[in-house]
Design a protein around this ligand. Structure first.
Ligand code: PDD
Length: 292
């Protein structure tokens, strides 16, 4: 898929990429003062749009903003982007910044118009080979701020942590705060212990992932044992299986943690079960059987 003239939505207009311009005084550019969503689109169908819009709303409220559009208006805008490439798998990026005023000032101005930006990009979902073999991860100290539940565009810590992982030949960093494994630099964390699927409970220290919630829903639907409980570093190191989830990673097995094999060094049996359920769900969505 190449970028076509209407792949960008900016402040009420559908534009070619080259014509989509914002002010250098935009607070998103100056301060990282904004929030975002990444919404998968399977065969032209937006995945869990209501959930993404609800999280967007929560992020906006947390930074003292309100949603500038209703869910229906967002659906209309995003559908128009998606329909440029009917029936294809895409990834929608949606970003709202607080907007621009005439000067650089940290204080939040009383009157300001937010900058609304959305784009469709080709889907970048993991290939079958990577899903089958799993990935390497390393643990790193979580040096992000205290409000990781907000999907803020201020991602410098995540960028550096992920980069450190890649420099060490790993695909992701699993972040440790107060001796607890929280999530990945760009994904949520699951382990399997004694056959039970475990993920940390939602808190200010991790992003409430939409894929995470779907995985838990699938566990309930298929009668798989699960717990939302903190994961200590010791539990992470002793885990039978480790998985990471995100809109772009889907459900991915970690087979090597800090240079040590996880389980037998291959994606485990509970992972395979969940990956099948996830694949089926996605196939039903692509076929129009599942609607969100
Ligand atoms: N990131 N935790 C963090 C820190 C993330 O950045 C992400 C996703 C997730 C998973 O959330 P979800 O399942 O809703 O995608 C968890 C996106 C994909 C990104 O920043 O590109």
């Amino acid at each position: 898929m190449t970028t076509t003239p209407s792949d960008i939505y900016l402040n009420g207009q559908f534009l070619p990429l080259e014509e989509a311009k914002i002010s250098v005084l935009d607070r998103g550019f100056l301060f990282g003062d904004g929030v975002y969503e990444v919404i998968p689109c399977y065969a032209g169908r937006l995945f869990r749009l209501e959930h993404h819009l609800q999280r967007l709303d929560n992020s906006l409220r947390a930074i003292q903003m309100t949603s500038p559009k209703s869910p229906e208006e967002w659906r209309e805008i995003l559908s128009r982007l998606v329909n440029q490439h009917p029936g294809t798998d895409q990834s929608i990026y949606l970003q709202i910044t607080r907007g621009a005023t005439g000067k650089r000032d940290h204080a939040i101005p009383k009157h300001i118009t937010p900058t609304l930006f959305a784009m469709s990009q080709p889907a970048r979902y993991p290939d079958a080979a990577t899903l089958a073999t799993g990935i390497k991860a390393i643990t790193l100290e979580d040096n992000r701020w205290q409000r990781c539940d907000i999907k803020a565009i201020t991602l410098l810590a995540n960028v550096l942590l992920r980069s450190e992982a890649m420099d060490q030949g790993a695909a992701e960093a699993i972040l440790i705060r107060d001796n607890q494994a929280m999530e990945g630099a760009t994904s949520n964390l699951f382990i399997v212990q004694g056959g039970v699927i475990i993920t940390p409970p939602k808190s200010d220290h991790l992003l409430p992932g939409i894929t995470r919630d779907l995985v838990l829903e699938l566990a309930i639907q298929h009668g798989m044992a699960y717990q939302e409980t903190p994961i200590s570093v010791a539990a992470l190191q002793a885990a039978e299986e480790i998985w990471l989830t995100s809109s772009t990673k889907e459900v991915m097995a970690v087979v090597d943690l800090d240079g040590q094999r996880v389980g037998n060094g291959q994606p485990g049996p509970i992972y395979s079960q969940m990956a099948n359920y996830y694949r089926d769900y996605k196939a039903r969505l692509q076929a129009g059987i599942e609607t969100t």
